[in-house]
Write a protein that binds this ligand. Sequence first.
Ligand code: 13P
Ligand code: ZN
Length: 272
Amino acid sequence: MKFDFKDSPVIRELGASADNMYRLGWNERNGGNISILLDDEDVLPYIDPTKIIRDLPLAVEFPQFAGRYFVATGTGKYFKNISRNPENCVGLIRISDDGKRSHLLWGFSDGGCYTSEIVMHLGAHKERLAQNPDHRVVMHAHPTNTISMTHIHKWDEIEFTRTLWQMCTECIVIFPEGVGVLPWMVSSSPEIGLASAEKFREYRILIWALHGCTVTGTSLDEAFGLMETVEKGADIFIRIAKNPNRSTGIDSNMLKQVAQAFNLTIKKGYLD
Ligand code: 13P
Ligand code: ZN
């Protein structure tokens, strides 16, 4: 007898993360989505992979993920409901052997489908996995201060990164490689998905101007920690942006001292 997948550690942790994200105000309504690349041992004690519920189409082929399992939140599903009703809000898929389709093995019980941002998610998984074999999680949200910051700050990656680093000392320590930034684009399209995937070659964090933020990690905790650190920096920026008494913040000289103390590798052009 198989155990129930909804009681698996993966689904429990996914629900707990969704609850935290919702309570922090990052995921209004169905805003945001999460996907996790799974290993066989996360799935096979619970699921018979030959029992396909139905097929779900993929707009872009991912042959490198043939036979791999993912859980993903569903399109239109409210974050506040994920932990209460994971079987409806989340789906477990296996990418088909030719990488062109996916087989639904569990979830989306009302006939739903995975997030409309699936190309961005699978593209991000592909690029981050190439950088780090332990990579597993992609998390997209609409954190208020991060979005607000894109309304008043230039969408330049180096300048955006440096402004965040200047806000509080931990920022450069937590994301020394900086943040990627994409200009405004229509969301949920293969175009934004593929443009995002390219950014994830270099960054674990990607800001979509006037939309939100996507983070990646080896675990839900790690991804969540990146999102909350970016949002903390953006929160401070929004609070002080209009204050005539604001200081220059953590300047390049101070940032260099932090980089040295924490042995951080900082790319050329970010601090010179
Ligand atoms: P989904 O409901 O399709 O996941 O879309 C939400 C979202 O944040 C789009 O960018
Ligand atoms: Zn979004």
